[in-house]
Design a protein around this ligand. Structure first.
Ligand code: FES
Length: 376
């Protein structure tokens, strides 16, 4: 009987399926930075497990066939791959919009010019803080901030549009106004101010990173004022920390709905953190076509749409708006990925995570547990 119900759910999920529009191509987990909020999975793939160039090229061709329009080259640090230029050239040649998400520290003007000539459309550059010493401490890298600023200027010099990504937390929020000024100075068209999301590695550093409620309120006011002041100059995207939220975010615009990740080893994931949910098996493009995986992967179908939802969510009038929030967060905080996202105020554990945030944010500043290939 359970099998029949499961089959009906899969059929329902497939019937509601839309074509994907974007891929996050995680080319490698290698990275010169060691950020305490790294969004890569707990188990990093080593270089010898990475997909070869030919497999990435095949994956891009298959992605276009199923409707994908954009590719975001990410990592780890995607510029650590020697074939990045070739991959960008191929992606641009088959009509994909190409975006590079990078820490920048392995780039220079010459490499950027070659990527631009290969057809790169856009760069997202991470900046850890406006204060150089604190930025280098967060990424655990010598001279990283100075190199990033020089790369930001080179990005604009070769004519590429720039988005600056700033992950914010208790140990850099005091410089948020400086980060906004820096984005303007570097001629970024867009700034993404994203509070740390606490799953995967960031969960280990929650006590070091969680902002106080007062910091969060100040940050929100700073962003709102800057949005008003910088209309037409800088667009600011803002992601709040779930622990202080009342409503869950529509994570990834819905599980397996419009986006997917391909991991360095070729696994197709609904989001960067999905492997933190134990017990799920994700298929690899080494074994199946992308079209088959998108339609048939049991893991992608598991939380598609609304049929999988627990009764609390299924009867909620917001269910089509947030699609149940974040499955990885539900798993991290309740041990069950099919539970209501605790970021929702209707969740029975919502008050508990608010209390955790208040307690964590009141601790001193424990040393970061840095992210390293092979462990902390
Ligand atoms: Fe995986 Fe939100 S990060 S569903």
């Amino acid at each position: 009987m359970d099998d029949i119900v499961q089959l009906e759910n899969v059929a329902e999920a497939q019937a509601r399926m839309l074509p994907p529009i974007a891929i996050l191509a995680e080319l490698t987990h290698r990275c010169p930075l060691q950020c305490p909020y790294c969004s890569n999975p707990l188990e990093l793939e080593r270089a010898n497990a990475e997909l070869p160039t030919a497999d990435w090229i095949r994956a891009m061709n298959e992605a276009v066939d199923i409707g994908v329009l954009q590719i975001h080259f990410s990592g780890g640090e995607p510029t650590a791959r020697k074939d990045l230029e070739e991959l960008v050239r191929h992606a641009a040649g088959i009509g994909l919009y190409t975006n590079l998400i990078t820490s920048g520290v392995l780039l220079d003007e010459d490499k950027l010019q070659r990527l631009f000539d290969a057809g790169l459309d856009h760069v997202q550059l991470s900046i850890q803080d406006a204060d150089a010493a604190n930025a280098d401490r967060i990424g655990n890298i010598k001279d990283g901030h100075r190199r990033k600023l020089s790369v930001a200027r080179a990005i604009r010099k070769v004519g590429l549009p720039l988005t600056m990504n700033a992950v914010v937390h208790r140990q850099n929020l005091h410089n948020l106004a400086g980060l906004i000024d820096l984005a303007v100075e570097l001629e970024a068209a867009r700034l993404e101010v994203a509070h740390v999301q606490y799953y995967g590695w960031a969960l280990k550093n929650r006590a070091s990173l969680m902002p106080t409620l007062e910091q969060l309120q100040d940050a929100t006011a700073t962003v709102e004022a800057a949005r008003e002041r910088l209309k037409g100059v800088l667009t600011i995207d803002y992601v709040v920390p779930d622990y202080y939220a009342r409503r869950p975010k529509k994570c990834m615009d819905g599980w397996g709905r419009r986006f997917f990740n391909i991991s360095p080893a070729g696994k197709v994931l609904p989001c960067h953190a999905a492997e933190s949910i134990t017990g799920l098996q994700f298929e690899s493009i080494r074994d199946y076509s992308l079209a088959w995986i998108w339609e048939n992967s049991p893991a992608l179908n598991l939380y598609r749409g609304t049929d999988w939802m627990p009764p609390l969510c299924k009867t909620c009038d917001q269910r089509e708006i947030d699609l149940g929030g974040c499955r990885c967060q539900a798993f991290a905080l309740t041990g069950n990925a099919a539970e209501t996202d605790p970021a929702c105020q209707k969740s029975p554990v919502h008050d508990i995570i608010f209390d955790i945030a208040v307690t964590d944010s009141a601790t001193g500043a424990p040393d970061y547990i840095y992210r390293r290939l092979g462990g902390a």
